[in-house]
Structures are given as structure tokens and as C-alpha cells.
Design a protein around this ligand. Structure first.
Ligand code: GLY
Length: 323
């Protein structure tokens, strides 16, 4: 992609978007060292585990995978992995993907049933196959061949929620409750320019069986490129899939945008094309290969809290809200 300088980039952004300036995210780079940035409060224990794995000699991919395993395995996180809310048939159907920014390669699984850690299956798609994405029955067979075991992923709590929904006359689909947030997206650097991104979700609750949105698809729910940075998206994956958010953010950073400018710009582009997108449930996180970060939520109704681990400090912070 053509390199442009930061000034030219900012002029083009200002002219195209003609919207008010967005404040910088709070965090600034502070020397080298690993940085982990994740979505939602469940991202905080995920970052802490990732940092531990990395400190104990694991690779950055190991760290992101094991970090994401934390909310996947937590029955109280009802939007990811074990205990995630099921589809309309009452079946938990999981999506996840992970990308290595050095090899420029991803591994992903979609609509995987009965395996609580889909990010680990996605990691094996990356490491053991020449494929990028595996779905449904084939993804399950692959996982079993890799030594995973199936288990019931519905918990008493998620089953009760599904039965309540089923029993409601004229029940409609709806988004996850404010308590349970959404997808875990994680972006990370080792402090030496290597980038990894990963994402895992049980998706839209009561989704039509077979539905797959942005989270497991490379470039949509996550993207990493050591030459620029990494990004991830959370929220209404049916909406955001149409904007290829994560790869767009990384390309904006490659063209000179800061992570914060890039996060804001992709959400503004969504509104520029369809003004009603202002009300959409959309949020994004990004990190460049110097460890600088950016975060943005489309609106205050879907206000992303993000988790940041840097210099042994683990924080939960509020993202910038655009509209
Ligand atoms: N972003 C998660 C989903 O829409 O499935």
C-alpha cells in the first residue's frame, strides 16, 4: 500500500469525514515490552494470563491464545466459549480466529459445537494445516483429531436464559445484555514489533443456526501485520462484517494514522455510508507496532470498556465514544 505521511493522511481524513476531532486514547507508549489490549472487562483477566504466559517464555501467539482461553472457560462470561448463549435451537455455536503478524497467516473456526476453547482449535488450524478457516462439522472433526473432547457447553444459567426466550410469545432476537458484553478481541505486541490478534465469541444470542459474523473471519474480527499493527472489533458482527473493520484499521495505520485516528476513522466511514449506523453496536481496538493504542465506540449505548496490560500494570479503561 502507498505510504503517505501523517500530515497528508490527517488532511484527507479531515476533508472526507468533516467530523469533530476525537480525543487521543489515554495510554501512551512507555518504552518497549509486551502490551496486551482486549475488549470488555473479561479482557482484564485474559490480558493478565497472556502476560504471565509471555513472561514464562511462551510466544506471543501462545500468550494471546491462553489469554483468550480465560473468558472462553469462564461460565459467567455468557458471550464467549463455555456458558456462551446458544443459537435459536439451543445449541452453543462458537467462532474464533487468531493471526500471526509475522507470517501474515491466520487460523480460524466457525460454528464449532461442543469445544469450549475454539481459539485453541483455531491456533491448530494455523499451525497444522494449510487452510485458514474451517467450519461446522469439518471443524469439529479436525478438533477431535487434534485431541480435543466434546462437552456440553450450555450451563444451567444459559439453558434457563434460552428456555425463557423460547417461552416468550413472539420472541425476537436481541443483543447480549449489558452485563455480558460481547466478543473477546485481543491485540498484542512483544515490544519488538511483532503483532498478534485474536478473537473469540459465541456470537449473537438466539442466532439463526449457521450464522457466522465477523469474529472468526480474518480481516473482519481481527487482523495483524508486523509492518503496521493489529486490530479487533466487537459488537454487531452482522453490521461490521460489511466494513472489514480490522483490516481497514491496520491499513489506515500503515498509511500513517495513529491507532486512535484509525479506530475513529473506520467508525466514521460506517456513518458516512449509512447515517443510521450511528446507532449501531460497534466498537474497535487497535495497536501499532510501537505499542501505541487506540479504541473507539460508535455511541454511548454500546460503550466499550477495554482492558490494557502494560509495564506490569493491568487496567480497565473507557474507550472514546464518537456519537
Ligand atoms: N461480534 C460478534 C458477533 O456478531 O458474532
Amino acid at each position: 500500500m502507498e505510504k503517505i505521511n501523517r500530515r497528508t493522511f490527517m488532511q484527507s481524513v479531515a476533508a472526507a469525514a468533516a467530523v469533530s476531532a476525537v480525543p487521543e486514547a489515554e495510554a501512551k507508549p512507555e518504552g518497549s515490552g509486551p502490551v496486551f489490549l482486549s475488549t470488555w472487562p473479561h479482557g482484564k483477566p485474559a490480558n493478565e494470563r497472556a502476560a504471565e504466559v509471555f513472561k514464562s517464555g511462551g510466544s506471543l501467539l501462545d500468550a494471546v491464545e491462553k489469554g483468550i482461553n480465560v473468558p472462553e472457560s469462564d461460565p459467567n462470561v455468557m458471550s464467549v466459549g463455555y456458558g456462551g448463549l446458544p443459537n435459536a435451537d439451543g445449541v452453543v455455536s462458537l467462532d474464533a480466529g487468531i493471526m500471526d503478524g509475522t507470517r501474515h497467516r491466520a487460523g480460524a473456526v466457525c460454528a464449532l459445537e461442543g469445544i469450549k476453547n475454539p481459539i485453541s482449535v483455531a491456533r491448530l488450524v494455523l499451525e497444522r494445516t494449510r487452510h485458514t478457516t474451517m467450519a461446522g462439522e469439518g471443524a469439529l472433526r479436525f478438533a477431535l483429531e487434534m485431541g480435543f473432547h466434546t462437552e456440553q457447553l450450555l450451563t444451567p444459567k444459559s439453558l434457563e436464559r434460552w428456555m425463557q426466550w423460547k417461552a416468550t410469545p413472539n420472541h425476537e432476537t436481541f443483543w447480549i445484555t449489558p452485563d455480558n458484553h460481547d466478543t473477546i478481541g485481543m491485540v498484542a505486541t512483544d515490544g519488538r514489533g511483532h503483532m498478534v490478534a485474536g478473537c473469540s465469541t459465541s456470537g449473537l444470542e438466539w442466532k439463526i443456526p449457521g450464522r457466522v459474523a465477523d469474529s472468526p473471519l480474518v480481516g473482519l474480527g481481527y487482523f495483524a501485520d508486523d509492518n503496521a499493527g493489529a486490530a479487533s472489533a466487537t459488537g454487531d458482527g452482522d453490521l461490521m462484517s460489511n466494513y472489514c473493520t480490522s483490516v481497514s484499521i491496520v491499513h489506515l495505520m500503515a498509511r500513517g494514522a495513529s491507532p486512535q485516528e484509525a479506530c475513529a476513522e473506520i467508525l466514521k466511514q460506517m456513518v458516512k455510508t449509512i447515517p443510521a449506523n450511528k446507532d449501531g453496536e460497534c466498537a474497535v481496538i487497535a495497536m501499532n507496532n510501537r505499542g501505541e493504542i487506540g479504541t473507539a465506540s460508535m455511541n454511548a449505548k454500546f460503550h466499550l470498556k477495554y482492558a490494557l496490560w502494560r509495564n506490569a500494570e493491568s487496567q480497565l479503561l473507557d474507550s472514546v465514544v464518537l456519537y
